[in-house]
Design a protein around this ligand. Structure first.
Ligand SMILES: [Zn+2]
Length: 319
């Protein structure tokens, strides 16, 4: 009996329900660091000239967001909102992948606009990049073979967690399922995606404790108490009421949205000064061992990655 057979006899509400797993306080701290990094990256590359947004919704370009909101100008890459005054290059949505040891593998942004395509989503672009990066190691002449040559491409991403700033669509959920990614953490709910990630997860869920589902488990960021999850939903609600426009990507071009992402960036940098509650905690892996990076290591990794991203992070486009 397949999962589909099971769910055919049950209410649809059970199929679409969230299925967050239990997250310890220590793990919450870890997710919080990655999530703040992701929002900081979106703030840094923010662009807001989307055609569907009227002038009243555009951030005022005369404002200097950076100098008003910086906590430590010597530490933070500047300027944020880099593309505020330029052409619209894509929706303000980003994703990155984290390996089982806690290292950030790579990131990408939504590039629908620049490629004139509705499929150039951050997660889809990211997964294709990660598979390509992996193939560097099976090259015939660039170095020694990887230590573990037994893994097929179907298993490469089994320990990989995807962080995405907006709940994934059917295309990206499909690509992440084909890639066998472990989990997808999303920082804002997208009501327009009809919970497709939850549906795919539930229909491929395995009863075998040693075998995960084929689809990544979608984890809304409120599972780990990420405050910006509800703030973004609230602000999106206000935007819809005020404009009658229910496009979430249009909302993500507004000053109201930008300020939420900037606030998150400030909090990200505060972490470096305020310290962590569980600096030495490491994640438990499926094979019983521990991740290489502790929470403190994750914070150092994320601060370093942000600098790399701000100074060198290009993905074949100016965005
Ligand atoms: Zn997508």
């Amino acid at each position: 009996m397949t999962k589909l057979d099971e769910y055919l006899k049950r209410p649809v509400s059970e199929l679409v329900a969230d299925s967050p797993r239990l997250v310890s306080q220590e793990e919450k701290e870890r997710h919080n660091i990655y999530s703040l990094l992701l929002m900081s990256m979106v703030a840094f590359n923010w662009n807001s000239n989307k055609r569907s947004v009227d002038d009243s919704q555009k951030p005022s370009h005369s404002k200097d967001y950076g100098s008003n909101l910086l906590l430590s100008t010597s530490e933070k890459p500047v300027p944020r909102g880099k593309f505020l005054k330029g052409d619209y290059l894509g929706h303000n949505i980003a994703a990155f992948a984290v390996d089982r040891d806690g290292s950030v593998i790579d990131f990408d942004f939504n590039h629908n606009e620049i490629f004139n395509s509705s499929t150039q989503h951050a997660e889809a672009r990211l997964l294709n990049r990660v598979f390509s990066l992996n193939q560097i190691y099976d090259s015939w002449n660039v170095g020694p073979p990887p230590k573990d040559t037994s893994s097929s491409y179907g298993q490469l991403l089994q320990g990989v967690t995807i962080y995405t700033s907006l709940e994934s669509c059917a295309q990206c959920s499909g690509i992440m399922t084909l890639g066998n990614a472990k989990e997808v953490i999303y920082l804002q709910e997208d009501p327009g995606q009809y919970k497709i990630g939850n549906i795919m997860f539930r229909l491929t869920e395995s009863n075998d404790p040693h075998r995960k589902s084929l689809a990544p488990r979608p984890i809304p960021a409120n599972t780990f108490g990420f405050n910006y999850y509800s703030v973004l939903s609230e602000k999106f609600g206000e935007y819809k009421n005020a404009t009658g426009n229910s496009s979430i990507t249009s909302f993500l071009c507004t000053e109201a949205a930008f300020l939420v992402f900037l606030e998150a960036e400030n909090e990200f940098y505060d972490l470096a000064n305020s310290g962590l509650k569980f600096p030495d905690w490491k994640a438990k892996l499926i094979n019983g061992s521990e991740s290489r990076l502790s929470n403190k290591g994750v914070l150092e990794e994320c601060l370093g990655f942000y600098k790399y991203f701000a100074e060198k992070g290009r993905r074949g486009t100016p965005h």
